[in-house]
Design a binder for this molecule. Structure first.
Ligand code: SF4
Length: 247
């Protein structure tokens, strides 16, 4: 069986900016609650964020949304700068973060062009009423640790173990495998799966949309050569030319 390579396609034509993915990620991964004080200190933590930007000139102006998460780059700028190998590339294409190796230099966050790594400046606190909602499959990170999205690696691990135990292959699109953000999205914007499986939905989308002049696929900041495993599909605007001329 071919080695897995986990990847995601994000169709910007479907995203409504509802932020269900952000809440699902926060809940699944025990991400500290961003209260107003933290936010005002610019210490808010979100492993996936929805960036809003504007296109056009008033009055013909439109709000656009783009979900941004760790791009799991094949040539990740964060990896070579970690002095203790707390972040490294695993054999399934994931940019892994080993919490108990991290010594908090934050070189990785400074070297990430996507700004998707977050440092715990404080020990996280939850209201008493929410203590029991913490996910037991995910470490609660203490102060001084760098953290970020790993495509919900705990879900990938559990599904892989279960499939080995039962002698099955992992099913493409299995909700137990999908990261929390993918399951929560009401518009099917996010598609996750194995890019090495030619029959998976994600690889078929990536292949067809990255090809030729008519494809909508592109990599975020592709000119940097980071080779991300996340492929974005351009917004379709019926009032504008469907696809800009590629350079
Ligand atoms: S849940 Fe889906 S539609 Fe809502 S913001 Fe996230 S990606 Fe966009």
């Amino acid at each position: 069986m071919a080695q897995k390579k986990w990847g995601m396609v994000i169709d910007l034509d479907k995203c409504t900016g509802c932020q269900a993915c952000v809440v699902a990620c926060q809940s699944e991964n025990n991400i500290p609650i961003n209260d107003e004080a933290l936010f005002n200190q610019r210490r808010a933590i979100q492993w996936i964020r929805i960036e809003r930007y504007w296109e056009g000139e008033f009055p013909n102006i439109k709000a656009r949304f783009i979900p941004v998460l760790c791009q799991q780059c094949d040539d990740a700028p964060c990896e070579p700068v970690c002095p203790v190998y707390a972040t490294y590339h695993n054999t399934e294409g994931l940019n892994v973060q080993v919490y108990n190796r991290c010594v908090g230099t934050r070189f990785c966050a400074n070297n990430c062009p996507y700004q998707v790594r977050f440092f715990n400046f404080w020990d996280p606190e939850w209201p008493d009423s929410l203590e029991n909602q913490l996910n037991p499959d995910v470490t609660v990170r203490s102060r001084g640790i760098m953290e970020k999205c790993t495509f919900c690696v705990q879900r990938i691990r559990r599904t892989s173990r279960d499939s080995q135990k039962h002698g099955n292959d992992i099913k493409d699109g299995d909700r137990a495998l999908n990261p929390a953000c993918v399951n929560a999205c009401p518009t099917d914007t996010l598609v996750f799966g194995d890019l090495n499986d030619p029959d998976s939905r994600v690889s078929r989308l990536a292949e067809s949309e990255l090809q030729g002049h008519n494809g909508r696929g592109y990599h975020l900041l592709g000119e940097l050569g980071t080779n991300p495993s996340v492929i974005y599909l351009k917004k379709v605007d019926e009032n504008a030319a469907l696809i800009e001329e590629r350079h």
